[in-house]
Design a protein around this ligand. Structure first.
Ligand code: SF4
Ligand code: SF4
Ligand code: SF4
Length: 314
C-alpha cells in the first residue's frame, strides 16, 4: 500500500516531468536558452531563487502578470508598494528614444544609471547592437476582459531574453526584423500608446523589454495612477502647450495615460503628473503640444548618447 502511494505521489509526476523534458517540444522545461540564461545569472542567482523566479516569469508571463494585476497590487501597503517598485520598474521612453534602442549600432554595457533609472536595483543596460528583437503577447491585455487589440506588442530586446521567449513560448512570440520593430513602434505611437523600457531584478538586473502600453490595460500605468505604486520613471521630458495653437478640443485630456492634462480655455499640463510619454504630442491635430526637457525628471534613456559617452571613457 505504502509503495503504491509513493509511486502515485512521486513516481508518476517525476516520470511525467522527465517525459515532457525529453519528448514534449511545447512543454519542454529545459531548452538551450534556459541553460544559457542560468549560466549568465551565475550560481548566486540559482541559490537565492532569482533564477527560478525569472523562469516562472518568462515562461508563464500571462499567469504571473494576471496575478500581479488582480491579486497583488490591490493588497500592497505603502512599504510593499515601494519594495515592489524597487524590484520591477519601467522608464518611459519617447518614440525617438525607443527607436534608438532598436537601431543601436554598437555595443552598450552600462550599469548604475542613477539619473536615468532612479531605483536601487535592476538598472543595467547590456546590448550588442543591433540587438535581437522578438515580439511577445502583452500579458496585461490578456489579464483584462474585453482587452485592447492588437495583443502582440511587447518587444523583448537582446539576449538571452529573446531566445528564452522564442524557445519557451513559440506560439505567442516571433522574431522581428529591425524594420518590423520600427513599424510596430510607429503603429503603437499612432494608437496613442506609451513606450516604456522595463527592468526586473529577476531578469539579470537588466533592461529586457520595450512595452507599448495602453492606459486601459497596462498594469504598470494602473499601478501608478490607481494604487500609487511608483513603478515608472519619467522620460525626462514634460509636455508644453502652445496656447496660440491650442483649439481646446480635449483630445489630450482624454488620451493622457497619467491624467496630467485638463482643458479649459486651453490645455493645461500638470508637470508633476506628466511622465513625458509624448502620447499627447502624437494625437494633437493642431500640433499645439510638444515635449520639452525637464531636468527635475531625471535623464532620458537615450542609448545613442549613452553608448557615445561609454566609448569616450575607454
Ligand atoms: S507593460 Fe504594457 S506592453 Fe507590457 S505587458 Fe503590460 S500593457 Fe503590455
Ligand atoms: S489636443 Fe491639442 S488642440 Fe486639443 S486641447 Fe490638447 S493641446 Fe489643445
Ligand atoms: S501630458 Fe502628454 S506627455 Fe505628459 S503624461 Fe500626458 S500624454 Fe504623456
Amino acid at each position: 500500500m505504502e509503495g503504491t502511494i509513493v509511486f502515485v505521489v512521486i513516481g508518476i509526476p517525476l516520470t511525467a516531468i522527465l517525459a515532457l523534458w525529453l519528448f514534449g517540444e511545447r512543454w519542454r522545461l529545459i531548452q538551450p536558452s534556459t541553460m544559457r540564461f542560468l549560466r549568465e545569472g551565475g550560481l548566486r542567482r540559482l541559490l537565492n531563487g532569482k533564477a527560478l523566479h525569472a523562469y516562472f516569469y518568462g515562461r508563464w508571463t500571462n499567469q504571473y502578470i494576471s496575478m500581479l494585476i488582480n491579486r497583488i497590487y490591490p493588497k500592497l501597503d505603502e512599504r510593499g508598494r515601494q519594495r515592489w517598485a524597487d524590484h520591477y520598474h519601467g522608464k518611459v521612453l519617447t518614440l525617438e528614444h525607443a527607436k534608438s534602442i532598436i537601431t543601436l549600432n554598437k555595443k552598450i554595457p552600462l550599469r548604475d544609471l542613477e539619473q536615468i533609472i532612479p531605483y536601487p536595483v535592476a538598472r543595467e543596460i547590456l546590448l550588442k547592437g543591433p540587438p535581437d528583437v522578438a515580439v511577445y503577447e502583452c500579458s496585461c491585455r490578456h489579464a483584462r476582459p474585453g482587452h485592447c487589440e492588437p495583443t502582440q506588442v511587447c518587444m523583448i530586446i537582446g539576449q538571452p531574453f529573446v531566445d528564452f521567449v522564442l524557445e519557451h513560448n513559440p506560439r505567442s512570440s516571433r522574431r522581428l526584423t529591425q524594420n518590423e520593430a520600427l513599424a510596430l513602434l510607429e503603429a503603437e505611437h499612432g494608437r496613442g500608446h506609451v513606450h516604456s523600457a522595463w527592468f526586473k531584478d529577476a531578469c539579470l538586473d537588466r533592461f529586457y523589454v520595450i512595452c507599448n502600453c495602453c492606459k486601459c490595460c497596462c498594469g504598470g500605468i494602473e499601478a501608478m495612477t490607481r494604487y500609487g505604486i511608483p513603478l515608472m520613471a519619467s522620460s525626462g521630458y514634460v509636455a508644453q502647450v502652445n496656447n496660440d495653437l491650442c483649439a481646446a478640443c480635449g483630445t489630450c485630456e482624454n488620451i493622457c495615460p497619467f491624467g496630467a492634462v485638463e482643458v479649459e480655455e486651453t490645455a493645461i499640463v500638470n508637470w508633476d503628473a506628466c511622465m513625458g510619454c509624448g502620447v499627447c504630442t502624437g494625437q494633437c491635430a493642431s500640433e499645439a503640444i510638444s515635449l520639452v526637457r525637464d531636468e527635475r525628471k531625471g535623464d532620458p534613456m537615450d542609448v545613442r548618447l549613452l553608448a557615445d559617452a561609454e566609448s569616450a571613457t575607454h
